[in-house]
Each structure stands twice: as structure tokens, then as C-alpha cells.
Design a binder for this molecule. Structure first.
Ligand SMILES: NC(=O)c1ccc[n+]([C@@H]2O[C@H](COP(=O)([O-])OP(=O)(O)OC[C@H]3O[C@@H](n4cnc5c(N)ncnc54)[C@H](OP(=O)(O)O)[C@@H]3O)[C@@H](O)[C@H]2O)c1
Length: 335
């Protein structure tokens, strides 16, 4: 591995460009585990990383940044007793692809305490789940931990056709929940039903021009929301007594204009989901469950593949909210 191929993003004034470059081993950051990357994936955050003012990359180093907030592959060098050459591993979070080089390169080097053994999950499926699917799993687990049982009533998933949304629908339906999928894409209705949604509705609020109500008729036992903004406010107003909303995202906006009414009159819980700084212990435990009792049932149906050299086109679709499901990025052989 004297030299290797990478997609490198550079900032030039208010422009961010991304092009394939040849890097050398000395370009890799410090760390005990060197990984030959097989796959990465596309997440909303990857689109923001290549968007001027996107807010997820604090500084583009003058030498450029390799994007890709998650990666799977094989260990080719290890100075850690926890990993051996040939191990199949995965990494995401901890500013991979935003604060230091990420998955859109043939090699990555990371601290051992940021690396997860893939175990029963193949490198391809690990990338198909990726950051978005892991966030879905965190959201579902948070609802379970809050005490939402499978027979509690309808659980709404917003942004349902996207990465977090589609995997959430799959996981919740697989665990026996009555899932209502909320999506802006008519083209995704059949897919969401195939994932197990009992009903597919449009985006929330149903009438974006109506004056928001502090409390609406209780419709949802719980919710997984990755949209934020007016959608999250609408969902909160319609969650039933002692229900909960697992909130992870902001594709519909970072603002949240609501009242305390859902919290003090219905005991509703707003559960914050952060996959970035989650400590490695619970991260490894949840990945082990994703390979076992929490395994997504329909990964093949929600996943498409793209070569890393062509990923910018998919990132554009994700940025526009126009992509459905998960995109696995083929890194080995994809340049
Ligand atoms: N907290 C964490 O650790 C964490 C981890 C991963 C992701 N996230 C966040 O979660 C969100 C989703 O990530 P993702 O990777 O799943 O993105 P994604 O694949 O692009 O999905 C987002 C979905 O949001 C919906 N959407 C887009 N624009 C919208 C708008 N203006 N109003 C309402 N809905 C809109 C669309 O679904 P429909 O067309 O079906 O409505 C879209 O497919 C992002 O904000 C991301 O940053 C957070």
C-alpha cells in the first residue's frame, strides 16, 4: 500500500470540489488499525460534508479531506490486541469523514477503540446498514427501553423512504410493531409496504400552512423522527399518553417550535439519538444485535450500489431529499 486511490474533497472559497486523487501511506491519520476499505455508504451527512456551509466539516485541511462517514473492510495491519490481520471490521462516528479521513478511500487508519468487529454481518451488509441503519437501530432500541411495546398502537416513522426511515420501518415491523410510514415520495409507497408498513401517509404536518396545535388528537403510540422542524412538532402534538419520540435528524429543519404541553399533559418523552459520540461499548453491542436479533429483514430491497468514483451524483440526490433507501458505495474496485 505505497499509494492508493481516494476521493478527496477540497474547499476553494465558497466551493467544495471532490475528485479522485492518489494518496500515500503518510496521508493516513494516526491509529492502531489499518483497514483495506471494501465498502462505504451514502448518508445525509455525507451530502452536507460536500455542501458549502453544510455545518458538518469544521475545517477542510489544505491537503483535503476524504469524505465517507462509515466504512467496512478488512484489517491489513494492527497494533491492537483486539484486531488481527484479516478481521472484517466496520467503523463510523467519532468524526470519521468529517474531522479526519473517512471511507471513500482504498485504505483507512483508525484508533482501535473506534473499530467494531463485523461478526455475523458481511462487509456489504454492514455498509448497507451503515450510519443511517445504526441510527435507526438506536431509535428503535430507545423506544423499547422507554417501554413502548409492540402492541402499543401505531408507531409513525417520518422521512420513511430515506436511510434512517427505511431501516426503522424494517426493524420496527420485524419486531411486530404497527408501523405507519410518512413519506413525501409516492414512488416509495409499495416499497414501504413491502418493508412491513401497515399504512403509508404523506409528510407531516399534513397541511403545512395550518396553524400548529400544541396538542392534537392522540394518533401515535410512538415515533421515529429523522426530519425535525415542523414535522417533529406535529408528531409530538399527536403522541399518546406516555408515548415517546426518538429524534435523530433535521432534513426538514433544525428549528423546533412546540410547547411543553405534550410533555406535561401526556408525559411524552423526546428521546435524543446521537450515533456520533456513542461510546464504543454500547456501539459494539448494538452492532452485534444488528447481526442477530435485530437483523434487518429487507436490506436487499432497500439497497442500491454505486462505485465510489460516481458517488457525487448520489450525494446530490440525497441532498435534494430525492433518494430512496440506502446506497452502498463500492470502494474496492470502485475507482
Ligand atoms: N443523530 C444521529 O446520530 C444521526 C445519524 C444519522 C443520520 N442523522 C440525521 O438523520 C437525518 C436523515 O438521515 P438519512 O441519512 O436517513 O437521510 P436520507 O436518506 O436523505 O433521508 C432523509 C429523508 O427525509 C425526508 N426529507 C427530506 N427533505 C425533507 C424536507 N424538506 N421535509 C421533510 N422531509 C424531508 C425524505 O424522506 P421522504 O421523502 O420519505 O419524506 C428523505 O428521504 C439527517 O438529518 C441526518 O443528518 C442523524
Amino acid at each position: 500500500m505505497d499509494t492508493f486511490q481516494a476521493l478527496v474533497a477540497r474547499q476553494d472559497g465558497d466551493r467544495i470540489s471532490a475528485s479522485v486523487e492518489t494518496l500515500t501511506e503518510s496521508d493516513l491519520p494516526p491509529g492502531e488499525v489499518t483497514i483495506q476499505v471494501l465498502y462505504s455508504s451514502v448518508n445525509f451527512k455525507d451530502a452536507l460534508a460536500l455542501t458549502p456551509g453544510g455545518g458538518v466539516v469544521r475545517n477542510y485541511p489544505p491537503t483535503g479531506l476524504v469524505p465517507g462517514i462509515d466504512l467496512t473492510g478488512q484489517v491489513v495491519e494492527s497494533r491492537s490486541p483486539d484486531f488481527a490481520v484479516g478481521d472484517s471490521v466496520l467503523a463510523h462516528g467519532y468524526e470519521i469523514g468529517t474531522g479526519h479521513h473517512g471511507g471513500y478511500a482504498e485504505y483507512a487508519r483508525l484508533p482501535a477503540d473506534q473499530v467494531v468487529a463485523l461478526g455475523a454481518i458481511s462487509p456489504h451488509d454492514g455498509a448497507a446498514i451503515g450510519t443511517a441503519g445504526f441510527t435507526a437501530a438506536m431509535s428503535v432500541q430507545a423506544l423499547i427501553d422507554w417501554g413502548i411495546k409492540a402492541d402499543a398502537g401505531p408507531v409513525v416513522v417520518t422521512g420513511a423512504s430515506g436511510g434512517v426511515g427505511s431501516v426503522s420501518v424494517d426493524l420496527l415491523a420485524g419486531a411486530g410493531y404497527q408501523v405507519v410510514a410518512s413519506t413525501g415520495k409516492k414512488s416509495a409507497v409499495e416499497l414501504l409496504k413491502a418493508l412491513g408498513a401497515v399504512e403509508v401517509i404523506g409528510r407531516l404536518p399534513a397541511d403545512p400552512d395550518a396553524k400548529p396545535r400544541p396538542l392534537a388528537k392522540a394518533r401515535w403510540a410512538a415515533a421515529v423522527d429523522c426530519v425535525g422542524g415542523a414535522t417533529l412538532a406535529d408528531v409530538l402534538s399527536a403522541v399518546d399518553y406516555r408515548g415517546a419520540v426518538a429524534a435523530s435528524g433535521l432534513t426538514g429543519g433544525a428549528g423546533l417550535h412546540t410547547t411543553v404541553m405534550p410533555f406535561i399533559l401526556r408525559g411524552v418523552a423526546l428521546l435524543g439519538i446521537d450515533s456520533v459520540q456513542l461510546p464504543i461499548g454500547p456501539r459494539r453491542e448494538l452492532w452485534a444485535r444488528l447481526g442477530d436479533s435485530l437483523r434487518p429483514r429487507h436490506l436487499g430491497q432497500i439497497t442500491t450500489e454505486v462505485d465510489v468514483k460516481d458517488v457525487v451524483g448520489v450525494l446530490d440526490q440525497v441532498r435534494a431529499g430525492a433518494f430512496t433507501g440506502r446506497a452502498v458505495v463500492r470502494v474496492a474496485g470502485g475507482f
